[in-house]
Design a protein around this ligand. Structure first.
Ligand SMILES: Nc1nc2c(ncn2[C@@H]2O[C@H](COP(=O)(O)OP(=O)(O)OP(=O)(O)O)[C@@H](O)[C@H]2O)c(=O)[nH]1
Length: 382
């Protein structure tokens, strides 16, 4: 594929820097590995649970720390609850808690009530390449306990490592797991507990797409964002638009036309290209500056008359659009509409900040502030 690109943001310095993750805003991982008996942090959380070796740490590292999937082969087993606060580098203002496979609910040091009370989403990872009967038992035990403590939690099941399965086998596995898990819930009279299922693998974009859906459910402004994107694309002749969290490549919103995996992958690749080029050529000679800032924008024309258009929206968010070359002839209009769109997004989150203030001191997880606390945006980050 021949790619013609202009990355207007690139500075004229050509100093090569290897400082990308840090300078770009990746927070250093919390060095301390804490266990559940530590005082709880007030950040809302997404829990990653599942049996040993199901792939929890790999998911976290690949999605939030740019680890390449092959490197996960060398990850050591997690022995304590690992809290990863990604809010300093990402729009998504939460902590991810990676649990060791063998969490024991009967262990008195495991204060699961405290843990589940401040939880926005519980992701249960099932290794689809393994026998999943034990995992299903564990899933049932975990979600039923969590539901009793906090029925507001979103329960998400990642049927993981599906890269090793044929397409038919994937569908069959999903159907079987879905059926069995819901039967177990019905037997326990927990029909109201809703489980969402996703087929995932760290070897393709499915894990990012699944995480996007999980995070979107925690963003109260989602309908507004979708609406703004719809208005923007229909007035600009754009086919598809995603609002991306640049660090994780999670899309936090898109317009209401269906998402096809190829478009999503194309947009993810564009972010990688822009950030990588910007890291190499965009920083100052002494390595200072940021690979992503207010000036960040890029246009890539593909050889199939498609144009990719990326622009900075906030410190953490970028708009990435796919459009036809003909529509791009009206670039001035698109730029103007983008300007209005960006302003509207800032207003949406400013309202979020002011709406949050009076609630600031409430405990995370209490029903009335769930909508605000679980969303990462209401901070001084715009
Ligand atoms: N084929 C395949 N392997 C994966 C995938 N995700 C993770 N793995 C592999 O699964 C193994 C276990 O991954 P971990 O992330 O350490 O699993 P974990 O659930 O954190 O394990 P514990 O820390 O023991 O609870 C590693 O060798 C990973 O490379 C995937 O999507 N596909």
């Amino acid at each position: 594929m021949s790619i013609q690109y202009e990355v207007e943001q690139l500075a004229d310095s050509y100093g090569v820097s290897d400082s990308f993750p840090k300078d770009f805003g990746y927070g250093e991982e919390e060095p301390d590995i804490e266990d559940s008996s530590s005082p709880s942090d007030s950040k809302p959380r997404i829990l990653l649970m599942g049996l040993r070796r199901s792939g929890k740490s790999s998911i976290q590292k690949v999605v939030f720390h740019k680890m390449s999937p092959n490197e996960t082969l060398f990850l050591e087993s997690t022995n304590k609850i690992y809290k990863d606060d990604i809010s300093s580098s990402s729009f998504v203002n939460f902590q991810i808690w990676d649990f060791p496979g063998q969490v024991d609910f009967l262990d008195p040091t495991f204060d699961y009530e405290m843990i589940f009370r401040g939880t926005g989403a519980l992701i249960f990872v099932i290794d689809a390449q393994d026998d999943y009967m034990e995992a299903l038992g564990r899933l049932h035990l975990t979600v039923s306990r969590a539901y009793r403590v906090n029925p507001e939690i979103n329960f998400e099941v990642f049927i993981h490592k599906v890269d090793g399965l044929s397409d038919d086998h994937k569908i069959e596995t999903q159907r079987d797991i879905h059926q069995r898990a819901n039967d177990d819930l019905a037997d326990a009279s927990l029909e109201k507990l809703h489980l969402s299922f996703y087929l995932t693998s760290i070897y393709d974009h499915s894990i990012f797409e699944a995480f996007s859906k999980v995070v979107q459910k925690l963003i109260p402004q989602l309908p507004t964002l979708e609406n703004l994107l719809n208005i923007f694309i229909s007035n600009s002749g754009i086919e598809k638009a995603f609002l991306f969290d640049v660090v994780s490549k999670i899309y936090i919103a898109t317009d209401s036309s269906p998402v096809d995996m190829q478009s999503y992958e194309l947009c993810c690749d564009m972010i990688d290209v822009v950030i990588d080029v910007s890291c190499i050529y965009g920083l100052r000679e002494d390595g200072s500056g940021s690979a992503y800032d207010k000036e960040s924008m890029a246009i890539i024309k593909l050889n199939n008359t498609t144009v990719l258009y990326l622009k900075e929206v906030t410190k953490f968010l970028a708009l990435v659009c796919i459009l036809r070359e003909e529509s791009f002839e009206r670039k001035g209009l698109i730029d103007y509409n983008f300007h209005c769109f960006r302003k509207a997004i800032h207003e949406v989150f400013e309202v979020g900040v002011s709406a949050q203030r009076p609630l600031g001191s409430q405990a995370v997880g209490s029903p009335c502030n769930k909508a605000v606390a679980l969303n990462g945006t209401p901070r001084n980050t715009l």
